[in-house]
Design a protein around this ligand. Structure first.
Ligand SMILES: Nc1ncnc2c1ncn2[C@@H]1O[C@H](COP(=O)(O)OP(=O)(O)OP(=O)(O)O)[C@@H](O)[C@H]1O
Length: 594
């Protein structure tokens, strides 16, 4: 119902235009506007996960060639051809995505350019550089070959509404939240249970399927000939990217707005100066991209947002109303509880863990174990391998040798999201947050990711209350101080009710008062049966809160045991604490990092 209300004005506007316009040239502009609005929406699905593709021509091309080859060889009509094309494009997307998503950022974008080129060369060498669509005047409806452009407008309107409804569904729920989290910070997203590899494949496959369907309709409504250079060409992605970027990348309505502005403008220019300035159609997209980057980098949609904020009846819900809407959006009633696995006994066992980077051994045969509910400090000089140890334990890095066992289960082969779901949470040395989300959403997304069920918003609200950030629930994380960010990290880790909590340098960047407050809150909110492993250079503070110390140097455990014994060990004094420590004593001395 909510979607219908959002989409109705669009349906009415396009419907009225379609009924009123009689000029075929103007109708063609309307058709092209709808084509590239849908194309932009498809491309934008992947951009929501922060992935910029230059290869979407691969999918329109798969769509166009699948339908025309099936029609030519098997007499299959384009409607069935579209379904087959969508499935094939989704499969192609998964095959393309699995290796290409290993690349990050710019490298991913560059690699995507190769796929339409490869496919184009394949069909050209196969003997199909161009294919004419067989004409079926006896059954225009069955073969998507209407003479009246109005019929294509209706068809494209149905596709647009379908694509928009799908986009609204993505944006309004857990899928969109996961994609936004991945776009903001993939490492962080993985650390709270979001299987970024799967979500990116989902975004690419759905985006590809829609692009393939569009390829079929584009050929029938506009091109009439399937030319490899056109349907696989870079022009496809230039249009998809331009309308999305100009309208508002990542935003639900961005591509529609961009297409409404850009496509008619480019057509008017082509009609008026096209014969004198060849290529003027492409030129307008280039100029629009540059202007948008300079004047409205977040897209024209931002100007609409401002207008909406001024006009009371257009204004959307306030941040607080939105939060309560989210909280009421059909989750369970109460935060669920993680299954108890006993209150004592061995929790974690690290056995012979070794980790190297390109020949540099950073962890060497590290072994130790942790009891349930233990408080363990990890100390060592810069570069000793402390954070690498955390990355191996949390699944962000895979060890070269050795095993990690938690709750009696070998978790060595589990990835970061799976370890989080199994009850292993972490914080980061440099506090991290999803910048485009509110504080409450930052925690709720972790409550969803940990997979223990219940109402994630209520769980998030409760844990924010506990750490003292309840009044910041509607703030964006960029508005938080370092101290508040550290509490946010703690809240995010705790909402999963972990068995083991890894805390990386919690006191770095905090003043004396904040350090005291942090540990006071920490002591209050971390349950007794949750084991804690904490890296901290402020050994003096650490000694007050741990019952065991592990000292690392050059990737090896050089001491492990009672904190008093470890800091008195001459090896530790020489490697890390320095002679100042032994002269002044543990009560007052700190390491150089303090
Ligand atoms: N991804 C990586 N690729 C290559 N080398 C790395 C990588 N991560 C860490 N290292 C190297 O591993 C060594 C240990 O780094 P690590 O961050 O684990 O040390 P640390 O004990 O946490 O230090 P600090 O106290 O300064 O945070 C350093 O020499 C670092 O340069």
């Amino acid at each position: 119902m909510r979607y219908l209300r959002n989409l109705l004005p669009l349906v009415i506007a396009v419907g009225v235009l379609n009924l009123l316009i009689e000029d075929r040239t103007v109708l063609r502009v309307l058709v092209l506007t709808l084509v590239w609005a849908i194309g932009g929406l498809a491309w934008n699905l992947l951009a929501k996960a922060g992935q910029i593709s230059l290869g979407h021509g691969a999918f329109t091309g798969v769509g166009a060639y699948t339908f025309v080859l099936l029609m030519d060889n098997y007499g299959l009509n384009p409607w069935l051809g579209t379904l087959v094309a969508m499935v094939l494009a989704a499969i192609a997307a998964v095959i393309i995505g699995i290796p290409t998503f290993r690349l990050q950022g710019f490298y991913f974008t560059l690699a995507t350019m190769a796929y339409p080129l490869i496919l184009m060369l394949i069909v050209i060498n196969w003997g199909y550089p161009e294919m004419t669509v067989a004409f079926h005047p006896e059954a225009p409806g069955a073969y998507m070959q209407w003479y009246e452009p109005q019929m294509f407008v209706w068809l494209l309107l149905v596709m647009l509404v379908g694509t928009l409804a799908f986009t609204l569904w993505v944006d309004g729920g857990r899928v969109g939240q996961a994609l936004r989290a991945i776009r903001d910070n993939e490492v962080l997203a993985r650390s709270i249970g979001i299987r970024s590899d799967r979500w990116k494949l989902f975004a690419l496959a759905t985006s590809a399927a829609i692009s393939a369907a569009l390829g079929v309709v584009w050929v029938n409504a506009v091109l009439l000939v399937v030319s490899a250079e056109e349907v696989f060409g870079i022009g496809v992605v230039i249009l998809m990217l331009s309308v999305t970027f100009v309208g508002g990348i990542g935003r639900t309505w961005g591509p529609v707005l961009g297409a409404v502005v850009l496509v008619p403008l480019s057509q008017v220019l082509t009609f008026s100066i096209g014969d004198r300035v060849p290529g003027s159609e492409t030129l307008i997209y280039g100029v629009a991209l540059v202007l948008a980057a300079l004047l409205a980098p977040a897209g024209l949609i931002v100007w609409l947002d401002r207008l909406r904020a001024r006009v009371p009846w257009l204004r959307g819900p306030s941040a607080d109303q939105e939060l309560s809407m989210l909280a009421d959006s059909g989750y369970g009633d109460l935060p669920a509880q993680r299954e108890a696995v006993g209150t004592d006994g061995l929790l974690l066992r690290v056995d012979g863990v070794t980790k190297s980077f390109a020949g540099l051994t950073v962890l060497e045969d590290v072994s130790f174990s942790i009891e349930r509910g233990a408080r363990v400090g990890v100390i060592g000089p810069n570069g000793a391998g402390k954070t690498t140890l955390f990355n191996v334990l949390s699944g962000h890095l895979r060890q070269n040798a050795g095993t990690v066992t938690m709750n009696g289960e070998d978790i060595s082969r589990l990835n970061a999201p799976q370890r989080f779901q199994n009850g292993l949470s972490r914080t980061f040395q440099h506090p991290q947050g999803f910048q485009r989300m509110t504080v409450l959403e930052n925690i709720a997304v972790a409550a969803i990711g940990c997979g223990i069920g219940g109402d994630p918003y209520r769980a998030a609200g409760d844990v924010l209350e506990a750490v003292g950030l309840a009044d910041k629930r509607a703030a964006v994380v960029t508005a938080l101080t370092t101290y508040e960010l550290k509490l946010l990290e703690l809240a995010r880790a705790l909402v999963a009710q972990p068995y083991l909590l890894l805390v990386d340098e919690p006191l770095a960047g905090l003043n004396e008062a904040e350090r005291k407050d942090y540990f006071a809150i920490f002591g209050r909110v971390v349950p007794e049966d949750t084991a804690v492993l904490v890296i901290e250079h402020s050994v003096r503070s650490l000694l007050e809160h741990v019952d065991t110390l592990i000292a690392l140097d050059h990737g090896q455990v050089i001491a492990h045991g009672d904190p008093g014994d470890v800091v008195a060990d001459p090896k530790i004094i020489e490697a890390y604490l320095g002679t100042k420590w032994s002269k002044q004593g543990a009560d007052t001395a700190q390491t150089g990092e303090d």
